[in-house]
Design a protein. Structure first.
Length: 592
């Protein structure tokens, strides 16, 4: 026994020593890299053309956490990096590859405004498309912001208009004898329709058509202005899609025909002798560290993208989940409000909503920051609807893109029960509950009449509270809010007409509004201080052991299985199925 204990002790000591040595080795390596970085600067060449492949699509922002998995270039990464590049004499221009991302109109608007801002500093932008494969207008809208558009020979130009589709699960539920019991406030709250209906309701068809028309008008007007043609001509040219490269060139929709290497060489040549291609992602990372230093008023920048959820997002070294977690986001706002150096807070919101509890927690943090004298400005991304609008409603100013999906002032709640479904495969399920409503959220038993009455009462209370808070935050009469609420989504253009947003524009428009509200000189620079503050290296290192090989392999297998478009649509819809809690969520949203 004594020998076994000595053996176990030696194993334990050896393991601990190994971990300590590994930690020290990694720390030393990081230290060496840091010293090299101080000696060599950012390591970027003296003359460069920034390159970015935007074809895979982009999230609005990514979590500010230490991770070993590569983070995709986000919209905010590109916006901030292009701003720095516009002031960097080493940067001569940019080369963008695009054409198959299926960008939404508001996301394309934000990227296009960043490109135009970059070009306004005297830099050039060359856009290259092997083909415009999406029938939506987002990819072409972004391409139109460049100095010139290249397109591969004999490739499809499919950009045609704006469209939407929705998945409805009611037929599936009927076949498997599942019982959906969803209540919504109010008529336009289409997130509930995928469970209760088999087609668009008249209200949903009306709001979706209005949104798509607004997108179409905005996109065609902006692209026509960028291409220096009339909107009527651009619309006529788009009506011929799907077409091919030569057709698009004859119509003036693109400038040059050639392959990607031809376009890249042309961009480098335009950059001047000795210009080198540098990925925008690399440039963003190399120059980001110095962005919190220098002269200028300190402004807290807090970005949030994804569904609003309760608690903390956590996250490991293999990547953090892209959500807006109530604890994390509220704490970031509180920390920024407590920072004496911070003059104002800029929130970047890209979210269809989610948890009522987390949304209210975040809104409370916003109000308390304002009470401490810190103005809060909201810059809306592609979507800031339902809970995403709720957390924005108290802001001193709200800025949205013309195409931003916003509003959806409403709630939904309910559940889908599968007790009868199990019987179809010979499975029986029985429950025992002590207390009248112990099984209120059961996925086996439907609501009783009394429980349905309670559910409707909850929905009424939270919907009324939502409208009151919008009325107070936006300084609108309650009757006006009741008229424009009803769960309806609006484009940014229409939301501004209704008083739900203050100004149309992108991120830098929001910065201009912040300067005005915070009394910062218009032409002075602001220094962004990111919240939440990044974790230290050793904090991140402790997360290494939370990721098991088995879980990684399981996730890889699941990702492969679920990667077909049909599977993704159904899985996403089922994952979003209400399970009893009241939610502020806008789903069934158009994509392009």
């Amino acid at each position: 026994m004594l020998g076994f204990l000595r053996w176990a002790r030696s194993i334990l000591v050896g393991t601990l020593n190994g971990l300590i040595k590994l930690t020290l080795a990694i720390a030393i390596i990081f230290g060496i890299f840091a010293v090299i970085g101080l000696v060599e600067g950012d390591g970027l060449p003296s003359k460069m053309v920034l390159t970015a492949d935007l074809r895979p699509g982009m999230p609005d922002s990514t979590p500010d956490s230490f991770t070993l998995s590569p983070q995709p270039l986000s919209v905010m990464d590109a916006v901030l990096a292009l701003d720095r590049a516009g002031r960097d004499p080493r940067v001569k221009g940019a080369f963008l590859r695009l054409g198959r991302a299926g960008l939404s109109i508001p996301r394309a608007e934000q990227l296009a405004s960043a490109v135009k801002r970059f070009r306004a500093t005297g830099r050039f932008v060359v856009a290259d498309a092997q083909g415009f494969l999406s029938t939506g207008l987002g990819d072409y809208l972004l391409a139109s912001s460049a100095n010139e558009i290249w397109m591969q020979p004999n490739s499809p130009f499919s950009a045609a208009g704006t469209g939407a589709g929705a998945v409805f699960l009611r037929g599936l539920f009927d076949k498997v004898e599942a019982v959906p019991q969803i209540v919504k406030r109010a008529d336009y709250k289409s997130a509930a329709d995928m469970y209760m209906e088999k087609d668009y309701t008249p209200a949903d068809r009306k709001q979706t058509t209005a949104l798509l028309q607004s997108w179409y008008d905005t996109a065609t007007a902006a692209a026509a202005a960028a291409r220096k043609i009339t909107p009527a001509k651009l619309v006529a040219d788009l009506q011929a899609s799907p077409q091919f490269t030569a057709d698009a060139k004859r119509a003036g929709l693109v400038d040059k025909i050639g392959y990607d290497d031809d376009a890249r060489k042309a961009a480098l040549a335009r950059g001047g002798r000795g210009a080198r291609a540098v990925p925008l992602r690399r440039y963003a990372g190399a120059t980001a560290n110095g962005s919190e230093f220098g002269d200028g008023a300190r402004v807290a920048l807090i970005t949030g993208s994804g569904e609003i959820v309760d608690g903390s997002a956590g996250g490991g070294l293999l990547g953090s989940q892209t959500v807006i977690a109530g604890d994390d986001f509220a704490q970031a706002i509180r920390a920024a409000a407590a920072d004496r150096d911070v003059k104002a807070i800029l929130l970047r919101i890209d979210s269809p909503g989610g948890s009522v509890i987390a949304s209210d927690q975040i809104l409370d943090a916003v109000k308390k920051a304002q009470a401490r004298g810190k103005p809060v400005i909201v810059s809306m991304g592609a979507v800031a609807a339902s809970g995403g609008y709720y957390i924005s409603s108290s802001a001193n100013r709200i800025v949205a893109e013309a195409g931003t999906i916003t509003g959806s002032i409403g709630v939904l709640t309910g559940k889908v029960t599968f007790g009868h479904s199990l019987g179809l495969i010979g499975v029986t399920a029985h429950e025992i509950g002590i207390g009248n409503n112990a099984l209120f959220d059961s996925a086996i038993s439907p609501y009783t009449p009394d429980q349905m009455a309670s559910l409707n009462k909850q929905a009424d209370m939270i919907y009324a509270d939502f409208m009151r808070k919008v009325s107070t935050g936006r300084k609108l009469p309650l009757a006006k809010v009741q008229e424009i609420a009803k769960g309806r989504v609006w484009s940014g253009v229409d939301a501004k007409r209704q008083g739900l947003v203050d100004r149309l524009g992108g991120f830098w428009t929001a910065v201009a509004e912040l300067k005005r509200i915070a009394k910062i000189p218009e032409k002075s620079r602001v220094v962004f201080k990111r919240y939440p503050r990044p974790h230290g290296f050793f904090d991140a290192l402790t997360q290494i052991f939370g990721e098991s090989e088995a879980s990684i392999r399981a996730l890889q297998g699941w990702a492969t299985l679920a990667n077909t478009p049909a599977a993704r649509a159904v899985i996403s819809a089922l994952a979003a199925t209400p399970k009893g809690g009241v939610e502020m969520r806008a789903t069934n949203l158009p994509l392009n």
